[in-house]
Design a protein around this ligand. Structure first.
Ligand SMILES: [Zn+2]
Length: 213
């Protein structure tokens, strides 16, 4: 993927890096990327450290970014606002490619963002979006126990350590328990396991919702 205008959307601070941190590092130098996150955390303290991690990550990768100040777990009560924010992003940034969470994830906020993006990216003539993906997020896509049919793999073999570095900044979100999908080893093993499906050492996956050319 090169010379594209990409919009990366996360419901939460950590979604983008946990799901697509390697791809973000790989593609940020050869594409124009903007990263946005709808929620600002579960509490003031949680918000402070997660915002710090996200901003440090985006500055390191030189990716323009924005955090919208909606509390975690409330997106379903703010559906109109979420759709309005995302519509404005699509209208003004005019991305070619959009990545968002899966509407069949376990987390309700992911569902709301997934559903809202489906609405705001629908391929009408005046819409800029040419490719629309929903990406896998550890600890949510897996725990819905719903088959997501991820059919696109992004080779992050050269970027797995960069991804680990980005994820490690989310001190409260990275679990110590190695059996947890959001432990550092859990994230790496997921990417390694998905690599086996696509013929790579490490791979991040998404589902292509539509593509038009
Ligand atoms: Zn999330």
């Amino acid at each position: 993927m090169e010379n594209r205008k990409i919009l990366m959307v996360g419901a939460h601070l950590d979604d983008i890096e946990f799901g697509l941190g390697g791809s973000l590092a790989r593609y940020s130098t050869v594409n124009t990327i903007r990263a946005i996150v709808l929620c600002n955390g579960r509490s003031a303290e949680d918000s402070t450290h997660r915002k710090k991690a996200f901003v440090e990550n985006m500055l390191e990768l030189k990716i323009p970014h924005q955090i919208f100040e909606i509390p975690d777990l409330t997106l379903h009560n703010n559906f109109r606002e979420v759709v309005s924010i995302l519509q404005e992003e699509v209208n003004t940034y005019m991305p070619d490619v959009v990545f968002g969470p899966c509407e069949s994830d376990l987390h309700r906020d992911h569902q709301v963002v997934g559903e809202s993006l489906r609405l705001t990216c629908r391929p009408i003539r005046k819409c800029s979006v040419r490719e629309f993906y929903q990406y896998k997020i550890p600890g949510s896509s897996d725990w819905s126990f719903i088959e997501h049919h991820f059919n696109v793999g992004f080779d992050i073999s050269k970027y797995i350590e960069t991804k680990v570095k980005l994820c490690r900044r989310y001190i409260g979100e990275i679990k110590e328990d190695d059996t947890h999908p959001c432990s550092l080893s859990g994230i790496k093993i997921t990417n390694e396991s998905d690599g086996k499906i696509f013929g790579f050492n490490y791979c991040e996956v998404a589902r292509l919702i539509f593509k038009r050319d």
